[in-house]
Design a protein around this ligand. Structure first.
Ligand SMILES: [Zn+2]
Length: 281
């Protein structure tokens, strides 16, 4: 299997979730072995777990004084579109939030298409179980793959009756377009009210976020897919796992986890070289 990049440049315009201001990105083909790299104000930042600076409500990168935030949905779309190498120039701090999911990014990437490069793809193959627990009931694990691919088991248990206990199990790449890409960020109305009072989420609306109000959902058209909430967590995890710098051969397990746990899990994985091998596909 060979590495891939985009066939041509792609421009995507939207607004930042928090600023509500215009955000334009250009996704460009990049050389083999360069990975996914963001660029802002002429400074480049590799999309790597070691450059993650914030995991509070999104995954953000920082290096050399340059910050890029909300990279996770685009990262998942790049992974699922089978891309290894791309340069993404950004006009603003926040990537455009678009649909609050990865459907628009993914469709645009698929429409541009990929170009095969003259270098073998290197996979990250997990060899030993790596576990991160936060002591508050959340647990993320990377385990040796039972299949020779990426397999995800994700569970959430949310107090709201419209969400409750949801499970995803499978290879997210197999069902990405229909079951994962459309799934939006979700949050509670009281959380929204609080963030608005701080002058944040100016770009948020009921098209790009699921808003829960107790045991009901405020979005007039309801959920896009039945298990939208857990599937969005799978989308986030896929994007975050791509900050390893590789496509994975591993079983990922997440229980009530988020960006913070994903980043800690990768840090733990890379702490010990016996945990993994770089496998030429
Ligand atoms: Zn997300």
């Amino acid at each position: 299997m060979f590495q891939k990049t985009l066939k041509a440049d792609l421009q995507i315009e939207g607004v930042g979730l928090h600023s509500g201001e215009a955000s334009v990105i250009q996704i460009k083909p990049a050389e083999a072995d360069s990975g996914i790299v963001f660029e802002r104000d002429g400074q480049k930042i590799g999309a790597l777990y070691s450059h993650v600076s914030d995991t509070l409500n999104c995954t953000a990168l920082a290096q050399n004084g340059v910050n890029i935030s909300t990279i996770e949905h685009l990262m998942a779309a790049l992974y699922a579109a089978d891309i290894d190498n791309a340069l993404i120039t950004c006009s603003a701090l926040e990537l455009p939030i678009m649909d609050g999911a990865a459907e628009i990014f993914y469709k645009k990437l698929k429409a541009v298409g990929t170009q095969t490069q003259n270098a073998p793809r290197r996979f990250l193959k997990v060899l030993k179980p790596v576990v991160f627990e936060d002591g508050k009931g959340a647990k993320a694990e990377l385990l040796p793959a039972k299949t020779n691919a990426l397999f995800v088991h994700f569970e959430i248990d949310f107090p709201s009756a419209v969400v409750g206990h949801q499970v995803f199990e499978g290879n997210p790449l197999d069902v990405f377009e229909s079951q994962i890409a459309p799934c939006r960020t979700f949050c509670e109305k009281q959380q929204i009210d609080y963030l608005r009072s701080l002058g944040l989420i100016k770009g948020g609306n009921l098209d790009n976020a699921v808003v829960l109000d107790g045991d009901s959902i405020l979005n007039p058209n309801g959920f896009k897919v039945p298990n939208e909430c857990v599937n969005h967590k799978v989308l986030d995890a896929l994007g975050d796992m791509f900050t390893s710098g590789f496509h994975l051969i591993a079983d990922f397990k997440g229980f009530k986890t988020g960006h913070y746990h994903n980043n800690q899990l990768l840090k733990k994985l890379f702490e010990n070289q016996n945990n993994y091998e770089i496998w030429i596909g």
